[in-house]
Design a protein around this ligand. Sequence first.
Ligand SMILES: [Zn+2]
Length: 114
Amino acid sequence: MTTRQVTTATVSIAELRDVVRVAVERHPEARSRIEAAASIVLLRSISPDPEYVACFTVESESEPGRFHSVDHGVGVCDCADYQRRGLRCKHLWSVRILAALARLHGRQAVAVAA
Ligand SMILES: [Zn+2]
């Protein structure tokens, strides 16, 4: 399967805001994580793992240069927030937002360059 990519250059701010608005409407309790995830999508790097489908390396929002491993398929992350609470963290949300943006553009797999 060819990995097709959507990059931040492909996506408009209006599309990002739309995806974030819908996510917050559906998950109001997760607003702060969703908005932090939007910041990750805009300002940090998110790259697909070359070996594992649905796995991504997501740059930390609070510590640029630090990275977290996210399995979007299973829905797990190695960050402290996820490990402690078991809830969808901002890294998982960032990949989810990216996937939603990719769907808007008719892409199957996603990658992004910060
Ligand atoms: Zn995380």
